[in-house]
Design a protein around this ligand. Sequence first.
Ligand SMILES: *Cc1c(COP(=O)(O)O)cnc(C)c1O
Length: 370
Amino acid sequence: MNRPRLTPLAESLPSTVPFVGPEASERQRGRGFVARLGANENVFGPSPKAIAAMKIAASEAWMYGDPENHDLRQALASHHGVDMDEVVVGEGIDALLGYLVRLYVGPGDAVVTSDGAYPTFNFHVAGFGGTITTVPFRDDKEDPVALLKAASETSAKLIYLANPDNPMGSHHAAPVIDDMIADLPVGCMLVLDEAYVELAPDGTAPLIDTTNPQVIRMRTFSKAYGLAGCRVAYAIGERDVIRGFDKVRNHFGVNRIAQAAALAALADTEWYETVRSEVSQARNRIAEIATDNGLTPLASATNFVTIDCARDAAFAKAVLAELMARDIFVRMPFAAPGNRCIRISCGTKADLDRFAAALPLALKAAANTV
Ligand SMILES: *Cc1c(COP(=O)(O)O)cnc(C)c1O
């Protein structure tokens, strides 16, 4: 055979895709969705000023983007009251997680996360040969005490925690996270994924402390800023931790249009407030629809609401399938006990009207199949 051999690590990896995109489902179904409520995208869209900036940047797209992301890092540093050497910009939190894992996790190194937490972290850990220990959610929240205990037992290099959490939408108040940070084992870093923090109640984000090399904060333009398709996010941390990313990151990874969009979006506080208000209204509406159907909406600090379908995973799966069959794209938590729920992203009024119309039918159909 002339075929080049994969590395033993690559050979051992499953070729599964962590997320099947809605486009793939549409192709498979041969039909589009009428409401896209499954990927926690921000249907209210980017700031009009970001759209204008992207139009200008589009005609300049013959030039590479600035590999140092200088202007965006400077704006982010000023926004957060940190130094620009304490900020790294990357092509989504997804990519930044990959770089972080590559920097800290080699074959056999231990990491800790929650069972059913955001799977992209695990995907990267597997890719670099790390060993994952999971702890269960507690009361539909990630459990800081259990995460710390597991980290200390396994001498973990990284603990992953999303606050607010996806897929449950729950959150911890800042003091809980501060206590967790104070108790981190020696040599262990907290990866604090704050993808939804802009949409959470005040007092969710701990103060940013860039003197501590044991904490890295990850934020994104994909959710509150409505730029998921641009792939742009950032991490804030201690300067040597941040400098480490230069060893492995794709220096031209964040394209010119994305940089321009993020810079304009960050400056548009008016649109940001509009989105927060739209999201809050949509959350209430989803909760209302759930209650009208005899289901329990979980409290949400994000742009989605997780709905407890009050039965087992098989039932929740059937409800999901029946919603998809009615052209409503939704997803659900994949691990127990969260998998008794379905997860509905905030939509426009029209999206949520379609969801409201489909849900009773889906529930009835699901009850007949399981
Ligand atoms: C959506 C989401 C992300 C993805 O962020 P990108 O910047 O789009 O890669 C990361 N973490 C969590 C918990 C998310 O829900």
